[in-house]
Design a protein around this ligand. Sequence first.
Ligand code: SIN
Length: 479
Amino acid sequence: MDIEEVAFETRFFVDGDWRKAPRTFAVKSPIDGRVLAEIADCGAEEAKSAADAAVAAFEKWRKTTAYDRAAILRRWYELIIRDAEKIARSITLEMGKPIAEARGEVRYAAGFVEWYAEEAKRLYGETIPSQFSHKRLLAIPQPVGPVYGVTPWNFPAAMVTRKAAPALAAGCTFILKPAEQSPLTALLLAQLWAEAGGPPGTLAVLPALDPVPVTEVMMRDERIRKITFTGSTEVGRLLYRQAADTIKRVSLELGGHAPFIIFDDADVEKAVAAALAAKFRNGGQVCVAANRLYVYPKVKEAFAEAYAEAVRKLKVGNPLEEDTQIGPLVDEAVFEKVTTHVRDALSRGARLVFGGESGGGLYFKPTVLLDVHPQSRIMREETFGPVAPIVSCESDAEVIRLANATSYGLAAYFWTRDLKRAFTVAEELEYGIIGVNDGVPSTPQAPFGGVKFSGIGREGGHWGIEEFLDIKYVSIALT
Ligand code: SIN
């Protein structure tokens, strides 16, 4: 399937309608810079119309039965599976994810829709015993209201469904502003929502080159009751402040700086495979990507050697080719940051084991660095690229201290055969997600989210839908 074979939607989606905006912007492929589509560039006017439609639709949607909402979500899931190949191509074309991985993302994205189609029917309230015989006390869950969601480019399908599916299942309406680098997949998902029977106004998609005008309208509108955002800590902080003015509920899934620890009792072979996935999935452009690898001296040489060998074998190339494992980085800004982190580490004495340079265009060669100085930027800042810095550590106490010495707290990984160590280290690490002998813990039914500067709230599982619910307390006196 070539670019020409994916017919991209170029209008924005509001109130069940596909509309043209007065302005457009070009969505370019990081593979070769080709323009994939000129699409609607939404601003304040388009945002106001989406907010009005979402508010009006909420009045009806919140009164539908959980079974009705579940049926539409289930149909949406089936349509995503039906169009999986088209969606995967769209992901690859617009942000460069290798096609095999993009297919995996589509299954992951569909998994959230399937899960929340089921979860819609399990929104139980509670009855509370009263000290008075004539009183009955109830706590009932209700949808928070219209929601504004902002999604990133690194998972153009899964981050949309991880937010929109629980919101819609809860009875909220959802206005989405997808990342400017990857709006085409979001528009495809909206087409399928409409085909599944999603009523007008329940889902809107507003692509915008500049997110500020759309976001300002949403953040000022007191009828929009929640903001859910995945992206940088810097932008998350700004949205958190803005949400205060209208007391919106807030879910923030922000940056990470995951440590990956290989203890002296680790199964080195398995740790190598897991560290490869944890670091190089999506070319390292993942919030939960391993950003720094700590290895005990006893296994360091064996690990570093096997890891470098595995990295050397990674196939870098056109992400549309079936066996490609590393595609281009999404844009110049990401490429620049990766390059700077590598240069900075080398200038502070790190040893280059493999890679370390551009592969032409937006490609950066998968890189392994050894003995990286702790003050290097890569050891402190999120890299979002295919670079693995390996450092030594001597004791459990030291490695826990080093792992926690960051303002981020999204994901951490470690490798051990010792059950006691598995529990104690998991409990000591200040992170929202811990992979014990597991390099890819994310899954729709489990809680995803961070502590400290990595965010607020959880996505996935029953926790994910609770973010879109208010609890109403009803006290009934039987007089
Ligand atoms: C992310 O990068 O935010 C998502 C990663 C995942 O769901 O595993």
